[in-house]
Design a protein around this ligand. Sequence first.
Ligand code: GCB
Length: 729
Amino acid sequence: MQFNGNLIAGLATVICLSLQAPTSNAARESKKVDDTPFKAQAIDIPPADAAVLAMVDARDATSLNGTWNLIVDPMGMGSPGGFFGGWATDRIPVDEWQLLEYNYASSKQVRVPGDFNTQFDELFFYRDGVWYQRHFDASPVEGKRYHLWFGGANYTTSVFLNGQPVAKQVGGYVPFSVDVTEALEAGDNDLVVSVNNRLDDNSVPTKRTDWWPYGGLTRDVYLVATPDTYIVNAKVELVSTAGGIRGRVITANAKRGTPVTLALPELDLEITASVDADGVAARQSDAAPELWTPDNPKLYDLTVSMGSDQLSDRVGFRTIETQGQKILLNGEPIRFKGISTHEEPIGRDGTAFSRADMEVLFGEAKALGANFVRAAHYPYSRHAAQVADEMGLLLWEEIPVYWNIAWENPETMAIAQDQLRRLIERDWNRASVVIWSVANETPYSEPRMRFLERLINQARDMDNTRLVSAALLGDPRRELKDVAMHLAAYGADREDISATERAIFKAMLKQAGGHAPAIGSGFNLVIDDPLGGLVDIVSYNEYFGWYYARGIAPAIGVSEQTVRKLMFEFMESITISADFDKPMHLSEFGAGAKSGKRGEGVWTEDYQAAVYRAQAKMITNSPQVQGITPWILKDFRAMLRTLPGVQDYRNRKGLIDENGRRKQAFYVLRDFYEGAWGNPEQWNQNVSMTPELTLFPSRLLPADNVLPAFDDDERALFGDQTPHETMTR
Ligand code: GCB
């Protein structure tokens, strides 16, 4: 039989129309169908509601967590309106004559919340579309409004209720909701959610990250009921350490003049204000609450009420600011003794999605002696900041503007802005959160500056009770060159390295002439990325003792072992500072270690611990550094970490492994936090408690610091040339 184009096009139209879900009015009315055969159809789906429906734990919410059905769709065939009709509804054939090529009930069963990658072996590396489906019963009450609320889904999500496309959210990790009052049925409801975890060059983050792009309905899903006139969100903040509480309540459908009340019974405080033309009620009142600190994480019960809507929360009050190069919490200088994390639980693969997961993870940060956590590199579930509030951990929250981003693409900008807005709106009442971070390791360019400046301004406009930062990258090329010259000084006169290597070092020093550094002359690494001028705290990721050796060794032609050993000695004389009169934070440093592997060389716990010791000395030398969050608390899943037997798709820089076993470096950092920071004597005393960490003992510096001479053999080998041309640039 011969097909011609017209016949197929006609058939496609008929098929598309006949396969539309019976209740799919919006789909039917959406865009004119492009009936090109086999073409994937794009249908219009309204965006999720703009404002975050906050304080969800206090609302009349029905959990839709549990077991859902799942269809895997690597070719995007399930989109409604396409040649095969789409999978936006749960359908079963009416009789044995009806052709339907999908069936939710007999498909895979998936747990919500939870990523799909770790629930099915065959989806471990999967980065594409899936369809979630479940039924639920509802008994809608006249006069109430109903909202579908998602704690976060990765990364592009379209929601269909009873066949109607009701919401689309682009960008993962942040909460979103949609008013579905009109689409909700009394009795059975059919909820279908398509989630796609594919990332590309224009997404935030892009497709290349050093963490697992876990996909699916990774967080709680609720059906929330509100009165017709309801409270959307409230922001409550301390005016100054002397007191004063300011409240702002955002409402929906409320008439101008409607009264709203904020109450803090323990403070005997009740603030009443009226809703303005924008639906916002704001007022300030005198009060002197006990201040929240990591040692005394005091929280107060808060209620917010408007008519029949009443919500509650637990809130703390504190101030955070900088003064010159100091960080002040409640007016008192504080150091951020921190640790970085990913949102993965201990002892189970996948994303952390429950409060208990966060209690265990942050409990380990507390055990380390930390007062601060960098929640890298994306917004975590709401449980993270709630648990940090209760436990007394200061928190750095971040959006996934990571490495290279399409700085000039307005859609990319919109995704990042949306993520930042939703994160801030969700967590602005969490006393623990002291930093909004807008980016990680973004290479310098003018478009990057413009992009990040907009985010920084947005964060400040939305919330001026916190600090803004971004983890900077420095200038790796310049740093490598400077560091290599210093290593040459340490290596030029060494007996324990080969004559060839000595000669290389001497040649480098000779070439540098009067600029050649001397042993122990010190090296001040200065961060001058202009973004430092825009943020409140200059944060910097550095990997002395880990990555740099890999770049330097081949560039100058000596062994990595030599560079690594010399590096440990050199690190003791490094200081880090910034070109800006602001506090600095070392947002990352670290080294990889396979849990239980002891001895010499990379991947051993001993090597990792030695890096932490050397880093601790650098930090002690660097008074501008007021905070650190080494990388990282726990080994985590990463697609780019493949080394069999060592990494097996995990980044091994954790202080504990995936099952919670502590490595040697955990104890080094704990010693440092337990009092040694800024107190070298105590530090040495504490470190002697872990005598196995003496792999690379410091070499005494020669008293005169004289540059080693180039001997005849070495000159014969290399003449007066610098051995590698990289170093001449
Ligand atoms: C970094 C990144 C972080 C990586 C880490 C590493 O600088 O910010 O996402 O996981 O280094 O282990 O290399």
